[in-house]
Structures are given as C-alpha cells and as structure tokens.
Design a protein around this ligand. Structure first.
Ligand code: NDP
Length: 313
C-alpha cells in the first residue's frame, strides 16, 4: 500500500521515470488509458491502425508515435495492446512490420483487449518464441473510469509478470486482480460483461411492460433501486442513458456481443449448461445485426422497445 502511495505521488510530481512502454490501439478506451500512461511520465510510444489518431495523440500528450507495430515495440520493456478482439492482436504479430519483428527479448506483453482465453494462449505461445512473457489483462470501468485512472484490471498469467507491469497498470488502474492462468482474466471479464448484458435485456423487458401498464419508469426505477433487483444498469445506465434518451456511444454493442459470446464459449468448454448466457449471446447477435457496428451497447434497449411497441421514457 505504501509503495502504491509513493508511486502516485511521484506521478503527480512528474519525477517518475518509468519503463519504456509501447501502447497499441487508441480506440474509445485505449486512448484515455494511454493518456494516463503519458501523464504519469512513463516514456511512451503509441501506434494506431488509423495513423492520424496516433499522431494527434502524440501531439497532445508528448508521446512518440510509430508508423508500424514493429517500430512501436522496438526498445519497449512493456507492450500494451487494446484492440477489439484477441484475433486482431494475433494478426499484428507477423510480417515485416509486425510485433514479433520488433519486440525485445525478455520484455513483458500485456493485452488489455477483452479477449478470448484460447487465442490468448496462442498469442502467449508465439511471444514465448522471442522469450517475451504474456499476460491477459482486460479492463472494466468504461471510458469515464479510464479517464480517472480508476479501471479494474483482471489478469491471467504469471504473477511475476504482473508485478513487472504493475507500475504502468497503476497509471490507469485502481483495482488490479490476479485471477489465474493465462486466459483467466479474459474469462472473468467475459462473465462480468455477460452479467451486464443480461441486466440490460431484463431491465428493458421489465420496464417496457411496466410502461405499458401505465407505471412511470422513473417511479419504477426509484422503487427498484431501493430494492433487491437493483444493479449498475438500473442505478446508472437507465437513468442516465435510456430515460434521458441520450444513448451516448462509449462502448460498442458489437464488442459486448463479442464478450457474451466468449462467456457462452467458456461455459461450453467447461461443460456448464448455460441457457441464459447462450440466449443473451443470441439476442445480442440479433441486436448487432439490426443496430449495426457503431451502436452503443445500451442501444439494445431500442430493439426491445421496438418489439414491445413502446418507449421507456
Ligand atoms: P474501439 O472500437 O473504440 O477501438 C478499437 C481500436 O482498435 C481502434 O484503435 C482501432 O483502430 C483498432 N483496431 C480495430 N481493428 C483493428 C485491427 N484489425 N488491427 C489493428 N487495430 C485495430 O474499441 P474500444 O477501445 O472501445 O475497445 C477496445 C477493447 O477494450 C475491446 O476488447 C473492448 O471490448 C474493451 N473494452 C472497452 C470498453 C469501453 O468502454 N469502450 C470498456 C472495457 C473494455 P482505428 O482507429 O484504425 O479504427
């Protein structure tokens, strides 16, 4: 605890000279995470598929930006990736501009993608060819949590590798938990997001029915949020995003669909009958088809509203 406090003080005083870090993937959540790394005065190089976003980020934060993944990871002691899927990370490994062409032997690789355990194991095997250690380290807490440096980070892999990466993680994470072997972080993240997805669907169906009965959704949520059915969905997402009709785009529905699919796959692999997970995965797949790739996860409520012929407002 003491070490952590000292570290935070050093960040804010600007004296911290940390490990050379490369950050690949400046999307909705990756960008504020990388901004926290830069603000902690950790020497940072960023890469993004759409190059101008990396250039803009570098301009704003003082980080260096690289033209290729190989160039970004060259010389880095810690490499962090945050892409939509584990497959996207795997696809960056090979080729003359790929990660394996530039990565330093003995460095540590943390994938903050909400990934899938099987592909994380394959990535770890490929990196091991270069004596690079891998941990899966998905995050939770959303864009607002990333901006505040308050993410939860769930980690699979060797705890000693986590300890090496921890000073960088502490720039954007508040609660950092080792969950088990490689893939365990991915699995915990997928199950967490499956809870989120089921909560949103159940809340949408239940509140749509109450609205059609003539009950105000504000009144219903006032009761539910003081009762046993409450959740982050009922306490925060519905009041802030649905009742207000704001539906801000912070976390794509397509990504939540991917996460619920991973949770259903984990249940299949472990031979746990999981009809709720499978149904939720199917409903989100339908929602992704109907609402498209850029829709926010909470917009699945619009699909339920359309089926119900009412608006939760
Ligand atoms: P976005 O869709 O906003 O951004 C994705 C990023 O990955 C962009 O930088 C994009 O580059 C890049 N990218 C996409 N496809 C490829 C590819 N094939 N090769 C290389 N780069 C690629 O996603 P988020 O930032 O929201 O999410 C990233 C990860 O974090 C996901 O796994 C998500 O599930 C997870 N997550 C997201 C949260 C959120 O609130 N947004 C919360 C917690 C976890 P380009 O700029 O070129 O499009």
């Amino acid at each position: 605890m003491r070490t952590r406090v000292i570290m935070r003080e050093s960040y804010s005083s600007g004296n911290f000279s940390g490990m050379k870090t490369a950050f690949l993937g400046l999307g909705a959540i990756g960008r504020p995470m990388a901004a926290r790394v830069a603000a902690a005065k950790i020497p940072l190089t960023v890469w993004n598929r759409t190059a101008f976003r990396a250039a803009e980020f570098a301009e704003k934060t003082g980080a260096r930006h690289a033209a290729t993944p190989a160039e970004a990871v060259r010389g880095a002691e810690v490499v962090i990736t945050c892409l939509p899927t584990s497959h996207d990370v795997y696809d960056l490994l090979d080729g003359p501009d790929g990660i394996l062409a530039g990565i330093e032997r003995g460095s540590a690789f943390a994938d903050c993608t909400s990934g899938d355990p099987a592909t994380s194991r394959r990535i770890a095997e490929r990196l091991a060819e270069k004596n690079v250690s891998f941990i899966d380290a998905p995050v939770s807490g959303g864009v607002a949590g990333a901006e505040k440096g308050a993410l939860t980070i769930m980690v699979g892999g060797d705890p000693a590798v986590l300890d090496r990466v921890r000073p960088v993680f502490e720039s954007f994470g508040q609660k950092i938990v080792h969950c088990g072997e490689i893939g365990a972080g991915d699995a915990v993240k997928a199950v967490n997001n499956a809870f989120l997805a089921t909560h949103i669907l159940a809340a949408a169906e239940g509140l749509a029915a109450l609205v059609k009965m003539g009950v105000s959704p504000n009144v219903a949520l006032d009761v539910i949020n003081a009762s046993s059915g409450r959740s982050n969905t009922s306490m925060n997402l519905f009041p802030e995003r649905v009742l207000s009709r704001a539906f801000p785009r912070t976390f794509r529905l397509a990504l939540l669909e991917k996460d619920v699919g991973i949770a259903a796959e984990v249940a299949r692999e472990t031979r746990v009958p999981a009809p709720i997970l499978q149904l939720t995965a199917d409903l989100f797949r339908i929602g992704r088809g109907e609402l498209g790739e850029v829709a926010d996860h909470v917009e699945i409520v619009k699909m339920v509203e359309q089926w119900a012929g009412t608006e939760i407002a």
